[in-house]
Design a protein around this ligand. Structure first.
Ligand SMILES: Cc1cc2nc3c(=O)[nH]c(=O)nc-3n(C[C@H](O)[C@H](O)[C@H](O)COP(=O)(O)OP(=O)(O)OC[C@H]3O[C@@H](n4cnc5c(N)ncnc54)[C@H](O)[C@@H]3O)c2cc1C
Length: 391
């Protein structure tokens, strides 16, 4: 094996794993992606991508492909779910684009994942495998032997764990147990725009915020479908019920004081499936020897800054740069990648939690939030400068 041309094994073919393979291929490095599912794919809902994501998509060579079906909202708006009063907005038009050298986009997950997959398939340096679940690996110093659920093995120089929230690679590298359950639960639904009665915010990304809840709405796929995401802070979880919480009856109970407009949007989310939201405390031990983590495996976050997938894209680009510059010292390159990413992703993880508290505020905290938000200037971007300026 040539140390300058390491054979890189990537566990997980989600947005992070495919972006890593693509970024490495752009640097002339070979990789193999092992996805446990029988097919590569993504769930059928939306993703917000700040301008820092656009910078990464440009570097990965897929910005144009993603833009084809993306929607570019005019503004990011927060509205009080109990009164329908607008609290604050960030205008995302020309001044915003110019300031951050890129647009704010919202995309269908399958469109982003599909663009990554198409680009990966076009690179000879990338080999894609499905139905290959990593179950363990042996760290042999200069090489890694990966073991899969079907009994197969594969040897490489580097192992990247891009295997998501319940990462098998993380368990081996860090051994820090399951992620933290937040008690927040999300319901989602995508419906044709013809079904939406109130079209007042069709061109924006809107969040309705209320006590223990928030609901996000934006259009996808050239504006043809509406993505609706309703989140609640489960009262049963808060009262100590750690299983079977956040069911549809709790969703309706928590949203029962919201306006008819919010109730209408709530009718568009599916009630038969929900997602219990989890994250982790930031911890820096993601890189050990020739093994490292990326995306949700490294720094899972609540979605309240809409940056989990974006951080995975940033990770991918930085990791490829560090490995390409590494020479023979791969462990040093992986530590340098970790150093470049740790505090930025930690800030996203912890700020996301705070955003959740602010959105779900009650009583006096809600009054103060509403007052402070009313003072904001929609064309002043200083609060999001650290995030959207990118890396
Ligand atoms: C409700 C909600 C809304 C969100 N909204 C946004 C948003 O607007 N913007 C944003 O940027 N982010 C958002 N996120 C976060 C985003 O979805 C994640 O951060 C992102 O998908 C993480 O990508 P990943 O590739 O690291 O992990 P994953 O998407 O979890 O991919 C991991 C892949 O690894 C595979 N895998 C798992 N274990 C193994 C194994 N042992 N062997 C092989 N393969 C394995 C899985 O099948 C999967 O394909 C949101 C999250 C939620 C829950």
């Amino acid at each position: 094996m040539n140390a300058n041309k390491p054979e890189i094994l990537i566990a997980g073919g989600g947005i992070g794993g495919l972006a890593a393979a693509l970024a490495l291929a752009h640097k002339g490095m070979r990789s193999q992606v092992f996805e446990k599912a029988p097919e590569f794919g993504e769930i059928g809902f939306g993703l917000q991508l700040g301008p820092n994501a656009h910078h990464m998509l440009t570097r990965l060579g897929i910005a144009e492909a993603v833009e084809q079906t993306a929607v570019f909202p005019n503004a990011l708006i927060e509205i009080d779910a109990l009164t329908d009063r607008e609290l604050t907005r960030i205008n995302t038009g020309d001044a915003f684009r110019k300031h951050f050298r890129g647009p704010y986009m919202v995309v269908h997950r399958r469109d982003l994942h599909g663009a990554l997959l198409d680009a990966c398939r076009a690179h000879a340096e990338i080999t894609l495998h499905t139905s290959k679940q990593l179950v363990r690996f042996e760290d042999r110093g200069a090489s890694i032997l990966a073991h899969f659920a079907d009994g197969a093995t594969c040897s490489g120089t580097v192992l990247i764990g891009a295997d998501g929230l319940n990462s098998c690679v993380r368990e081996n590298v860090m051994g820090d147990g399951p992620p933290r359950v937040s008690g927040h639960v999300t319901y989602r639904g995508v419906v044709p725009v013809d079904e939406i009665k109130d079209k007042s915010h069709f061109d924006d990304m809107v969040i309705w915020v209320g006590p223990g809840l928030h609901l996000v709405q934006y259009r996808l796929r050239g504006g043809t479908v509406m993505n609706n995401v309703a989140t609640l802070d489960s009262p049963r979880f808060a009262a100590g019920q750690k299983i079977n919480f956040g069911g549809p009856e709790e969703l309706l109970e928590v949203y029962s004081h919201t306006t008819p407009h919010v109730q209408e949007m709530l009718s568009y989310v599916g009630k038969d499936k929900n997602w219990v939201l989890c994250d982790r405390e930031p911890r820096p031990e993601w890189s050990r020897g020739n093994v490292t983590l990326l995306g949700d495996a490294a720094h899972p976050t609540l979605q309240y800054l809409a940056q989990g997938a974006v951080m995975a894209l940033e990770d991918a680009v930085v990791l490829a740069e560090k490995l390409a510059a590494a020479g023979a010292d791969i462990p040093a390159a992986l530590l340098s990648y970790r150093d470049a990413r740790y505090l930025r992703t930690a800030r996203v993880q912890l700020t996301s939690r705070i955003h959740g508290q602010i959105m779900h505020a009650r009583g006096g905290a809600r009054d103060l939030r509403n007052h402070l938000m009313s003072l904001r200037n929609p064309d002043n971007f200083s609060e999001v400068e650290w995030l959207y300026r990118g890396i």
